[in-house]
Ligand binder design. Sequence first.
Ligand code: PGA
Length: 245
Amino acid sequence: MYYIANFKMNLTYQETLAYATEHNDELEELAQDVANIVLCPSHESIALLCKLFDTTPVAIGAQDTSNHTKGSYTGQVSAQSLHQTGCTYCIVGHSERRMFNHEDNDEVAQKVERLLGFDITPIVCVGELSEEFEAGKTRQVLTMQLAPVIASLKALPGSQDKRILLAYEPVWSIGTGKMANTEHLGTMFAWLKEHLRDAPGTWQLLYGGSVNAENAAELKKIEHIDGFLIGKSSISFQNLKKIIK
Ligand code: PGA
C-alpha cells in the first residue's frame, strides 16, 4: 500500500524539519513493515528531507514540477532539479493547482513526460467537481483528464516500463470531510482499472479526499485501491500512523 502525505502549504520549513526529525525512526519502521511512505513537502524542504531519509525506505516527493525542461521560467522547478535532490515522486494535476494555477490536462501530460525522463514516479491526480458528480459525469471527466496523459505515454519510448500512480480524488471530497460511498468508489476503481488496461506503463491506483484514521480501514477493503493520497490527516504524524496501521 502507498501512503502519500501531501503537506501542501500547511507546514513551514521549520515545521517540516521538526516533523521529519521527530518521527524519522517511526516513519522508517512503518515503511519497513507495511508501507510505501512518500512525504511530499513544499519545494524548499525537499532536498533537506531527501538527506534526512537518505538511508531509509521513506521516499520523498514534490507537490508539482514545471512542464518545461529548462529555461527562463521564474518560480518553476524542473524535473531534473528534483531528481538531483533525490526526490523520487511528484504530484501533478492536483485539483488545487488546476483550480488556482489553471493547470490543464495537456500541461499535466507534459509534466508526466518530464518526470519520467528523470525516473521520478508521477502521482497524477484526477477527479470531478461536485456538480459533475451530481450530474453523473464522473467517468466523462476522468476520461478527458486522462486522455492527453495516455496519448503522450503512447508516444514516449520506454513508457511501457514506467510506473505511474493515479490518484482519484473527487474534488468535493478534498479537505471537506465528505466522501462518496464505498459502493461508488468500488465501481469507480473497477472502471479505472479497466480504462487503463491498454495504457502503457504499470498503473497503481490511489484514493484521495478526506482520508482519515476513522475511514481508512473501510477504504482499504475496496478492490483495486493500492494506496492513499492524504492531505489534512498527514499533517499530524499520529493520524498518519493510525491510517497506516
Ligand atoms: P485531504 O486532501 O486529505 O485533506 O482531503 C487530499 C488531497 O488534497 O490530496
